[in-house]
Design a protein around this ligand. Structure first.
Ligand code: PGA
Length: 282
């Protein structure tokens, strides 16, 4: 009910009738001795007691699932849930990794959240996913981060852009061009700003966008040059819709990291996935 904000939708999800859900909520309220929900207009909200019971139910439900997985692991069964969250750019290669992992362990139910850095840090804090893949793990002693793959940042251009004819370009010469870049908060953007600041080069950001796909479209439309991870460009480079500009100092080579909270008890399935990812280490 708390997840659906509606008795009707909760009843559908639970395959129960709507009155059956209402009765159970009433019974729980009687046991607790306080209202758990309040209605404002047509909307339903959890009361403070409702939030507390909901959090407790979530913890218990996660513990039951974790225990079932652990028991399955002890029995040598390779099934259970795997909850992975990754940075937007990592979505380009992680799906392929998950497909290969799923071929090996077809009974594992995988959920993948592709999201921005801010949300990844919040999820780490709330200990939500089993594992996180990101590019800029904070230097935080509460986290364990293991680098496993290069993440090269490149400058891309449409094939008819004048920069493709230039030779001997350095980072400093890039101040004469305009760029379409990722939003503040993206790991790609943070790396770009860091590298150009270290070089003392001012570059002109014509536009910023929250999606690599949008940046590639904008670059193809002639809005500027793009600086993105090469992982995002496979199709465009293969089809010649975009080309890489040759500039001294590029690619900016960064790393992808597998990140978890220090001391986290990984489920047997999450351990298998961790091992699987680290086997791809370059
Ligand atoms: P992002 O990728 O730019 O999609 O956040 C993470 C990173 O490169 O650090």
């Amino acid at each position: 009910m708390a997840e659906h904000n509606s008795f009707t939708r909760a009843a559908e999800a639970l395959h129960l009738s709507q009155p059956a859900v209402s009765i159970q909520v009433k019974q729980l309220e009687t046991t607790v001795g306080l209202p758990l929900i309040e209605r404002m207009g047509k909307k339903i909200y959890l009361t403070e007691a409702g939030v507390s019971i909901y959090k407790c139910a979530q913890t218990v439900s996660n513990q039951i699932d974790d225990t079932a997985e652990h028991i399955d692991g002890l029995k040598g069964m390779k099934r259970g849930r795997l909850k992975i969250s990754v940075a937007t750019t990592a979505g380009y290669f992680v799906t392929r990794m998950l497909a290969a992992f799923s071929d090996l362990y077809p009974d594992v139910a995988i959920s993948l959240d592709v999201t921005n850095r801010e949300s990844l840090l919040r999820q780490l804090d709330a200990n939500e996913p089993d594992l996180i893949i990101m590019g800029e793990p904070p230097a935080n002693t509460d986290l364990v981060s293991t680098a496993f793959m290069n993440n090269p940042l490149v400058v891309c251009a449409p094939p008819d852009h004048p920069i493709t004819q230039e030779t001997g370009l350095t980072m400093a010469t890039l101040s004469g061009y305009t760029f379409v870049v990722r939003e503040p908060g993206s790991g790609t953007r943070a790396a770009i700003e860091r590298v150009f600041a270290a070089e003392g080069v001012d570059i002109h950001f014509a536009m910023e966008m929250t999606s690599n796909e949008a940046i590639k479209q904008a670059v193809q439309a002639g809005l500027g040059l793009g600086i993105v991870s090469q992982h995002t460009l496979e199709l465009e480079l293969d089809t010649g819709r975009l080309v890489l500009a040759s500039i001294e100092g590029f690619p900016i080579v960064r790393q992808w990291y597998l990140v978890q909270r220090a001391g986290k008890q990984l489920s047997p399935i999450a351990k298998l996935f961790e091992q699987f990812v680290l086997e791809q280490k370059e």
